[in-house]
Design a protein around this ligand. Structure first.
Ligand code: UN1
Length: 509
């Protein structure tokens, strides 16, 4: 396989010098070795950040913040514009790296880089629109308004499944807001982190920017904990499992810091009597097997009206038969590998449990073996028939496992859908206005994302992304998500010669 993309992105076998954006000798440092789930080969290694280096990164970020917060927001936007341009230039290489290190299809890898480019464009526009409101003071000759100030250092903890896009949603918005960012990427995709940082370093150097506006740290949960415990980091934005999110929320909460959490999903598609079957098949199939079922928005449950149940089940079964599983960099394949063997084991044990509790196999899963699957991470997307009483569908298994169950009334379907701990994404497939409006009403979906005639995954960057309950409540990316990265200040200015008190209180001396 041609690995020129590694060279183009400035990646070496040993990326010790670049992991923190600082030069130096880290020969004794521990390393994270990145293996590709595509072919099981070592891609390269990245040195783990030591406590000393961590403190140096934070100190440098603090200095950088003092400068960056004074740069006018539209000028900060100009830097982000240049970063977006650099991403356009390296889109192919970065898309290939994402596909090779994470295992998603090349089209999806390129799509992820496109999301990064789009969020840069969004952030550039936003840099002229960080609006506050103006209020009418109750007192004469007074003016009252609010303004948004940068917060400081934003710590970003990201997951392996969107190894570059989720960082950019956070960092590009934070950077136009005047914050500086410190990123700890997933240990499973460290090369993606170094590649993004290398591109940033080029843009920073071309503009004589100080180091420390965007920094990278690497390591396991311990390194993440340094950041979550650190008072110098006022906001932690974390994407990953609910288990991780609960720990982050507790640690950051204990120091009254802010956290923005984007955690697990357990996303369902309700397919009603009136659904258009062409839309159902594409939406459900892509949602369930895209990214090998490793999106937090992946479709995990189909809740189907009894009158369409057999039809949906059988047509989807046939569609599963058409799936090509294999090397994600080969455009002929639809589904690549899971991220690693641990994930394969989780997938296998979930399937055992589903069967043990009476789930009926429609499409059999299993681990693929042979020359094309040497990494041991390739699995067959599996499809099970369950009932609304089944327990396994209440859990998020981060793998291509899809459940189907019948319903008779839409109220019942909505209840089944909402009756899980997570609340990220949801979809209804219907051609009835009444059904779709009920689904979107206060009595409808309880998720952060509710779609009509669109699957649960593949959200656009322009909307606020995130969800309720165990999904963590945070919102990233578009709409007014930027407000989470700034601090609000209310200002009241008296330009009279009197000092009238609010609420009509008098205080005569
Ligand atoms: C994630 O899985 O962490 O909606 C993010 C989607 C993508 C983002 C998913 N735009 O599928």
């Amino acid at each position: 396989m041609n690995k020129d993309f590694l060279k183009e992105l400035g990646l070496h076998e040993d990326n010790s010098g670049t992991s923190t954006g600082q030069q130096g000798h880290h020969n004794e440092a521990k390393h994270i070795v990145s293996f590709s789930p595509v072919d099981g080969r070592e891609i390269g290694r990245v040195s783990e950040t030591t406590r000393e280096q961590y403190d140096a990164v934070i100190a440098q970020a603090q200095v950088a913040f003092k400068h960056w917060r004074t740069v006018p927001a539209p000028q900060r936007g100009e830097i982000v514009r240049q970063y977006g341009e650099a991403l356009r230039k390296h889109k192919d290489a970065l898309g290939q790296l994402v596909s090779y290190e994470m295992g998603k299809s090349l089209t999806e890898g390129l799509g992820e880089v496109q999301e990064m480019i789009d969020i840069c464009d969004f952030a550039v526009g936003l840099s002229r629109q960080l609006y506050g409101l103006t209020m009418h003071s109750e007192r004469p000759l007074h003016r009252m308004y609010e303004q948004w100030h940068p917060m400081g250092i934003v710590g970003i903890i990201s997951a392996f499944n969107f190894p570059v896009a989720v960082w950019s949603w956070n960092s590009m918005i934070a950077i136009v807001c005047g914050d500086v960012t410190v990123w700890k990427p997933s240990e499973k995709t460290p090369m993606c982190g170094v590649a993004c940082q290398n591109i940033w370093a080029q843009v920073a150097a071309a503009n004589d920017l100080p180091e420390g506006i965007s920094s990278l740290i690497n390591g396991n949960y311990q390194v993440g904990e340094w950041m979550t415990e650190d008072k110098r980091v006022p906001l932690i934005s974390a994407t990953g499992s609910t288990r991780m999110g609960k720990i982050v929320a507790k640690t950051v909460g204990a120091r009254l810091g802010n956290s923005l959490l984007e955690l697990g999903g357990n996303n369902a598609m309700i397919i009603t009597e009136t659904a258009d079957m062409n839309l159902v098949l594409t939406g459900a199939l892509f949602g369930a097997v895209g990214t090998c079922g490793q999106r937090c928005t992946s479709t995990r449950r189909l809740i189907v009206h009894e009158s369409r149940y057999a039809e949906v089940r059988d047509k989807l079964k046939a569609a599963y038969g058409q799936l090509r599983i294999g090397d994600p960099l080969d455009k002929n394949n639809h589904v690549g590998p899971l991220i690693d063997k641990d994930s394969v084991a989780t997938y296998q044990s979930a399937i055992e449990k589903i069967k043990a509790e009476g789930g009926k196999t429609i499409v059999e899963g299993g681990v693929l073996e042979g020359d094309n699957y040497v990494s041991g991470c390739y699995v067959k997307p599996a499809f099970f028939e369950v009932t609304k009483e089944s327990k396994m569908p209440l859990h998020e298994t981060f793998a291509p496992i899809l459940y189907i169950m019948p319903y008779s009334t839409l109220e019942e379907a909505i209840e089944i859908q909402n009756n899980v701990p997570q609340g990220l994404s949801s979809a209804i497939m219907t051609t009835s206005m009444r059904e779709s409006e009920l689904f979107l009403s206060t009595a409808g979906s309880d998720c952060g994302i509710a779609n009509v005639n669109i699957g649960t995954s593949g959200a656009e960057i322009g909307g606020a992304f995130g969800g309720e309950k165990e999904t963590g409540g945070g919102r990233e990316s578009g709409s007014d998500s930027w407000k989470a990265y700034m601090r609000r200040q209310t200002n009241t200015i008296n330009y009279s010669t009197e000092l009238p008190l609010a609420q009509g209180i008098t205080f005569d001396l």
